[in-house]
Design a protein around this ligand. Structure first.
Ligand SMILES: *Cc1c(COP(=O)(O)O)cnc(C)c1O
Length: 357
């Protein structure tokens, strides 16, 4: 298999312990032992998100986009009007989902790299919105939104707040209840540093009641079924059992370290990297940055050439960009099992590449 050092956001470098679990057999899961694991996972996720015991965790065997779609079709109907914050390709995804499912929506379209300001958001006050959809960290540009500010707006307007925290959870501070977030979307392959395949919706009591009373035209994504099964620690369909065991281990590890310290590790890696590139002809792109990613505009070379050289001459993979940003922007991820030494290696390689060696 292709083996380069990953400075990505997902999949990312996994610890050897997690990889070992992946190599073991897969147990049968309609058992009381598996149910106990699921219920413990639920409790730990709620704890790490700072949400209360009445919130519920829904575990889907699908990538993060599956959880994004599932949340929208189960929570909103044609009678709703939602506001989407779109600062890049993950904001686009929310738009596409709403369009396909005939949910009325309007978009706050931000320039790439621009953060969301209170003055901009306030323009949408008192306009009859019932929901707001946002990616906490717009991974395509590295921008981290001010969720406390967004939460205050939604509380004041009495709007449901759906937050895709997929690339921000465990990298940036996140307080679900305190910030008034009603739904949090997560997936396994980002800062959780697990294989791709699982995604999660963490919903509060208010959203739980909405889901129970709505009917949804989907078999696999009918969340009522997941909520009912989860009462006893089960899922309606066969979950990615192996990844659930890896998740269980990972959450126990995080609990030992503490969630604040875990976030501190990301912050430290991100800040170390940003300090090391200060004297290089590289510009930071995002107005407000997540600890998960540094988005970089090289001043003297094309971004995609730097990506290619790192990958094929140095065996390190950073994140290339697509579309109109292809030549302009590359991103460096700070998630997964990386160290300060790895940062040093990457920055040494960047120095050589930029000098044209
Ligand atoms: C990675 C990511 C997703 C999910 O992408 P999948 O490929 O479906 O797992 C969604 N939103 C954000 C912000 C992401 O970074």
């Amino acid at each position: 298999m292709d083996k380069t050092l990953l400075f990505t956001v997902g999949p990312v470098e996994m610890s050897s312990k997690i990889k070992d679990i992946g190599g073991a057999g897969i147990p049968y899961f309609r058992t009381k032992e598996f149910s106990e694991v699921m219920l413990e996972i639920e409790n730990k996720l709620k704890k790490f998100l700072y949400t209360n015991q009445n919130s519920k965790v829904i575990t889907l065997t699908a990538s993060g986009s599956g959880a994004m779609e599932a949340s929208i079709i189960n929570i909103f109907t044609e009678n709703d009007k939602v506001l989407i914050v779109n600062g890049g390709s993950f904001g686009d995804r929310f738009e596409k989902i709403c369009k396909i499912h005939n949910i009325n929506y309007n978009v706050i379209k931000l320039k790439k790299g621009e953060s969301l300001k209170k003055e901009e958001l306030d323009k949408y006050s008192n306009k009859g919105y019932t929901g707001l959809l946002i990616n906490v960290h717009e991974t395509s540009t590295g921008v981290l939104y001010d969720m406390k500010m967004v939460g205050e707006f939604c509380k004041k307007e009495n709007i449901l707040l759906v937050a895709d925290a997929i690339s921000s959870f465990l990298a940036d501070e996140y307080k679900m209840d305190e910030w008034g977030i009603d739904v949090t979307i997560l997936s396994s392959q980002k800062a959780l540093a697990l294989p791709p395949g699982l995604s999660f919706l963490i919903i509060n009591k208010k959203v739980n009641d909405i889901i129970i009373k709505n009917s949804v035209k989907s078999l696999y994504f009918d969340l009522k079924d997941y909520l009912m099964n989860m009462e006893r620690g089960q899922t309606p369909f066969t979950p990615a059992v192996g990844i659930i065991y890896q998740l269980y281990e990972r959450l126990k590890e995080i609990e030992e370290v503490g969630v604040e310290k875990e976030i501190g590790i990301r912050k430290n890696l991100a800040e170390d990297f940003r300090n090391r590139i200060k004297k290089l002809p590289l510009e930071l792109f995002a107005e407000t940055m997540s600890n998960a990613v540094t988005a970089i505009v090289p001043k003297t070379m094309k971004a995609n050439e730097i990506y290619e050289k790192l990958r094929y001459d140095y065996e390190m993979t950073v994140l290339p960009s697509g579309g109109d940003l292809k030549e302009k922007l590359f991103r460096v991820g700070h998630l997964g099992d990386l160290t300060i030494d790895d940062n040093e290696k990457l920055v040494d390689a960047l120095k050589e590449i930029l000098k044209g060696e």
